[in-house]
Structures are given as C-alpha cells and as structure tokens.
Design a protein around this ligand. Structure first.
Ligand SMILES: Nc1ncnc2c1ncn2[C@@H]1O[C@H](COP(=O)(O)OP(=O)(O)OP(=O)(O)O)[C@@H](O)[C@H]1O
Length: 221
C-alpha cells in the first residue's frame, strides 16, 4: 500500500511571547491521502496557519515530523510536490498575472513547456480573471489577486495543495469557481488541505477537521 500523500506525526509548535509562551500545536496528528479534500477549521488564532506553515516546510516543528509521500519534509519542497497558497498570497509583484501563474510550470523539470500558455489562460478563465493576464498584481483587486494566487498554486499540478482561507475575500459570484477548482484538484489526484471558516468549502470536502487546543479532531459533515 502506498504512503499517504501527507502525514503529520506528533507536531508540536510553541511561540515565545514576552507575556508568556503560546503552545499552538500539541502533538497534532493528521493523514491525508491522494485525491482527498480536507478542511481544517477552528477559531481565529487556533493555529491553522501555523499548521500549514509546518506542513509546507516553511517552518520547523519543535517536535514531530511531516512526511510527504512517505518522505520527511526538510525545508519547502518544489512547487510540483507541494504548493502553498498563504493568506499573504506571495505573488511576485514584478511579474504579470500570467507570468506568476506560469512560474510553477516553467520550473517543473518534466513539464510540457508548449502547453503553458494554454493552461494559464484556462485556469485564469475558469476563475473569472482571464482578462487580467497581462496586468501586474498591484493593478488588480485583492480578491482577484487571491484567485490568481490560487491559479499559480494549482498550475504545476502539485501532489499536495495547502490553501489558507482561499475564499476569504471573494464575493458570492466568484466563490463557486474556486470551490470547483479545489474539488477538481482533489479529483485529479492531489491531497488538498484547506484552512477555512467557510461552510461552503466544508460542504465540498471529503473530511472535515477542527483544530482545538493544539490537536485536530474529525467533525461530521
Ligand atoms: N511567528 C509567530 N510568532 C509568534 N506567535 C505566532 C507566530 N505565528 C503565529 N503565532 C501565534 O500562534 C497562534 C496561532 O496563529 P495562527 O495564525 O496559526 O492562527 P489561525 O488559526 O490561522 O488564525 P486566523 O483564523 O485568524 O487566520 C496565535 O496566537 C498567533 O499569535
């Protein structure tokens, strides 16, 4: 049997503050298979973003480990292995919208370079921001930037996709396309983990978790 796409084992993370340390994760366990979409909810400050930073290799746990496809994570893996959509988005301001979305495809060692433009316009079109392809991130709204950053995260067909509140700045008309894309990524074989407060995201998930007191628990749909 193949290893889960993503596994977190006994994750602990403590942050030092002058007013007292905060232990955000206290032995957290999580296992997500390829093709699954899971949500992680929890009150503001419960540690969802801290968890995604550990899963994506942008931060190191005080104890425990993260395995991607059975291999230990040591620093941020390449985009086609694990792509992250953080709340801050992280679009490159000096690249156009289209160039940002193309980046993971250009960096993918085994990628079909001929199909890049077509995939970029298809993704941006699906998300309703196709007309923005030649603009720079600073020339589009935050909600539009969020969809561009999602298109960039998924463009390289990552095995694991980590997204932090991907619907937080979207209006009702823009959201269904984002939900469809997250679902499609999982249906095409990615392990998709979404930190969210949004019931509509939870509705399209295969499994739902809640992060409370540093550990994660499954919650019914
Ligand atoms: N780099 C850091 N240094 C110190 N404290 C931190 C750091 N990152 C997070 N924290 C603290 O860890 C806790 C969890 O923060 P985190 O951003 O993970 O919460 P969250 O569940 O994602 O919240 P939200 O739903 O508001 O985005 C908070 O108390 C926060 O202040």
């Amino acid at each position: 049997m193949s290893a889960p796409a993503l596994r977190a084992l006994g994750l602990r993370r403590r942050f030092a503050h002058p007013s007292g340390d905060v232990e955000v994760l206290r032995g957290l366990e999580l296992s997500v298979d390829a093709g699954e979409l899971v949500t992680v909810s929890g009150r503001s400050g419960s540690g969802k973003s801290a968890l995604l930073a550990l899963l994506g290799g942008f931060d190191s746990p005080d104890a425990g480990r993260v395995l991607l496809g059975g291999e230990p994570v040591d620093g941020a893996p390449p985009w086609h292995t694990c792509a992250v959509l953080p709340q801050a988005l992280g679009l490159a301001p000096e690249l156009t919208v289209g160039e940002n979305v193309a980046l993971p495809l250009r960096l993918r060692p085994d990628g079909d370079k001929d199909g890049i433009d077509m995939r970029v316009s298809a993704l941006l079109g699906d998300l309703g921001v196709g007309a923005l392809v030649e603009r720079y991130p600073g020339e589009v709204s935050f909600g539009q930037q969020q969809r561009v950053a999602l298109a960039r995260a998924v463009s390289g067909r990552p095995k694991v996709l980590l997204t932090d509140e991907p619907t937080a700045h979207l209006d009702a008309a823009s959201k269904p396309a984002v939900l469809r894309l997250l679902r499609r990524c999982a249906d095409e074989g990615a392990a998709v983990i979404v930190a969210t407060h949004d019931d509509q995201v939870r509705a399209v998930a295969d499994r739902r978790f809640r992060l409370t007191d540093g550990v994660i628990m499954a919650v019914p749909g």
